[in-house]
Design a protein around this ligand. Structure first.
Ligand code: M6R
Length: 619
């Protein structure tokens, strides 16, 4: 949550900060601000609402600030205090100006202590209090870097802070302790700071992912990294990223989300290439990497995740149990971390997180490591905290995902799950070898099949658009499915709530009669996922139950399934004749496009839905 950007060097900083914040807006967008030195004068511009508001504030003075060369910026996802201009970052306290991502847990103690001395912050945030701590150190005669280090020693919690000081205008200091922070050397001289690599890629692909407890100092003499605890200089290697800046733009689509839905075939190809050894011709040949061995040793897998990643974990359970006959538990990280779970001696805990920064998922991984349980991660972000803290990591290769709603990262996570299932299946379950081999041959063709299915004027996309025109006024939606269509139904309901703000529930179709069916009337749309698989006929019985109670049915099934089609008010055909393990890969884009079209009809902010942020770094 919250995006930080900072710079000191030879480039005009105001444009750089605004461009960087635009890349980071997905991390939070309820208020924004920048601070920079124009000559020796500190300027702060901030506003509630989106980045445009700050841009307007700056327009009047654009030429006046063309000389500014050092600054920091922030886009906020509110935790402490409402999303107002007063609570927006940067916060200015005495000589100090700062931006913060994370939570200062002992903020109430700090605030009480300040109040005892008659000192009162202007905002309701925990972040501003840190400024008082630094100012106290400056007043005690310390230099800025030392003051930052000492002040950090007085706070608890997960926080990354980037700050500047009036006494040393050409210096930017960033501390990472929990929330992610990257730094990079600008090839034309200077130092870049950001919450993730995206704002930096425009200038360089060599990025340093700071460790917890690192202090990065950028000034005339370049970049230095110090240990927070001792102040000693440390060496950190840069990671070369393969994400090109062009992949961060909308590429002609009206929204990032739509672009990312259409990028799914490529995301699948790239993830296949990253996780498999494509030089081999046998089924599911995992590319050699440390995680493969750990996975093979597991006698039970515990999959832990949040939100959409949790749905990928649910699909993983179906596939891994069926193809590899390995027991799998699926857990919501936010619950698992506060239970006292029983984890078997031969279990492996695998955290799934596209961002690799989700606080609850990370907490589980840390806790399990502390208990000596082997841990794995699946993430889309190189250098993310999950990648560094799990014992071994598998990377999906969906490329940068800017839309807050997860789309291509979800399908890539699903692919990772299926690859684990197939490769474990080959080793553990010789009886199913022929089935696994046949599945693999279909799997490698899947990206092409999906690409054709997603064609803009194709039958699938047209059918979704037609249906959306008629169902947009519905009171609510139920998404139902059985087997692997059940997690897809959950994902469909989450997407619709998330970007279209329409009430939706996802259910295992067999559960409806145990209560939720009482909600059904002619104002309700039931989206029935009934592709040709082992569960189709049972799902159709559930369709009949809700239809007879007045629900309007939006059916999603095999294109040639005329008998299912005849039962539906609206019909979306998906490609037929494939191994049923692959069906979630064609059903999911239907869920994504349905939500996308309905959100567009409602006129919501598709890429930045209200109240959300892309990486949820607070619990
Ligand atoms: O980065 P993660 O995959 O760990 O994120 C988990 C959830 O916050 C995320 O999937 C969320 O539910 C998305 N907004 C879904 O579109």
């Amino acid at each position: 949550m919250c995006g930080i950007v900072g710079y000191v060097g030879s480039r005009p900083v105001v444009d750089l900060l605004i461009g960087g914040l635009r890349r980071l807006e997905y991390r939070g967008y309820d208020s924004t601000g920048v601070a920079f030195f124009s000559g020796q004068t500190l300027q702060v511009r901030k506003s509630e609402g989106k980045l445009e508001n700050v841009e307007k504030l700056l327009q009047a003075d654009a030429t006046r600030f063309a000389d500014a060369r050092s600054g920091i910026g922030h886009t906020r996802w509110a935790t402490h205090g409402k999303p107002t201009t007063q609570n927006a970052h940067p916060h200015e306290v005495g000589d100090v100006v700062l931006v913060h991502n994370g939570i200062i847990e002992n903020y109430q103690d700090i605030k009480a202590e300040l109040a005892r001395h008659g000192r009162h912050p202007r905002s309701e945030t925990d972040s501003e209090l840190f400024g008082f701590l630094v100012q106290d150190e400056l007043d005690a005669g310390r230099e800025f870097v030392e003051a930052m280090r000492r002040a950090f020693g007085k706070i608890r919690g997960q926080a990354s802070i980037v700050a500047m000081c009036r006494r040393e205008p050409g210096r930017v200091v960033g501390v990472r302790n929990g929330s992610p922070l990257v730094v990079a050397r600008d090839p034309s001289g200077g130092v870049l700071f950001a919450s993730d690599a995206q704002p930096v890629l425009e200038y360089t692909r060599d990025v340093i992912f700071l460790e917890n407890g690192d202090v990065a100092v950028g000034d005339d003499s370049g970049l230095r990294i110090l240990e927070l605890a001792t102040g000693r200089e440390v060496r950190r290697e840069a990671t070369r990223l393969d994400w090109s800046p062009e992949r961060l733009d909308k590429g002609g689509y009206p929204h990032y989300m739509l672009k990312e839905i259409h990028e799914q075939p490529v995301a699948l190809i790239d993830t296949l290439n990253a996780l498999l050894d494509r030089a081999k011709t046998d089924a599911f040949p995992m590319a050699p990497q440390p995680g493969v061995e750990l996975l093979a040793k597991a006698r039970e897998l515990v999959l832990v995740a949040c939100g959409t990643s949790y749905h990928a974990a649910l699909l993983g359970k179906y596939w891994i149990e069926s193809l590899a006959r390995l027991p799998v538990q699926v857990e919501l990280a936010s619950e698992f971390r506060y239970r006292d779970p029983v984890v078997g001696a031969d279990s492996v805990v695998l955290g799934i997180s596209q961002s690799g920064e989700t606080a609850d998922t990370l907490a589980v991984i840390r806790d399990m490591r502390a208990r000596g349980v082997p841990t794995l991660g699946v993430t889309n972000v190189r250098g993310s905290t999950l990648a560094r803290e799990a014992q071994a990591v598998f990377y999906t290769s969906a490329g940068p995902e800017i839309g807050v709603a997860a789309t291509k990262t979800f399908l890539s996570q699903c692919l990772a799950m299926l690859l684990f299932a197939g490769s474990l299946g080959v080793k553990r379950n010789p009886a199913h070898r022929a089935r696994v081999e046949a599945l693999f041959h279909q799997l490698v063709k899947l990206p092409h099949l999906l690409e054709s299915a997603l064609e803009d004027q194709g039958p699938l996309t047209q059918a979704i658009r037609n249906a959306c025109g008629s169902v947009q006024e519905a009171k609510g939606f139920f998404f139902i499915g059985r087997g692997t269509s059940y997690p897809v139904a959950l994902e469909g309901a989450l997407k619709l709530k998330e970007i279209a703000y329409i009430h939706a529930e996802g259910y295992a179709a067999g559960e409806l009669k145990h209560g939720p069916i009482a909600m059904i009337d002619d104002q309700m749309i039931v989206v029935v996922l009934a592709p040709r698989d082992a569960w189709r006929d049972k799902t159709i019985s559930n369709l009949e139950e809700v239809k007879s109670r007045g629900a309007r049915i939006l059916g999603v099934g095999a294109s040639a399934d005329e008998s299912l089609r005849s039962l539906c008010d609206f019909w979306v055909p998906v490609p037929d004749a494939m191994d049923e393990s692959l069906l979630p890969f064609v059903l999911t884009p239907v869920m994504q496009l349905l939500s996308y079209e309905l959100a567009c009809l409602k006129g919501t902010d598709v890429d930045k839905p209200r109240n959300l942020a892309k990486s949820v770094t607070v619990e």
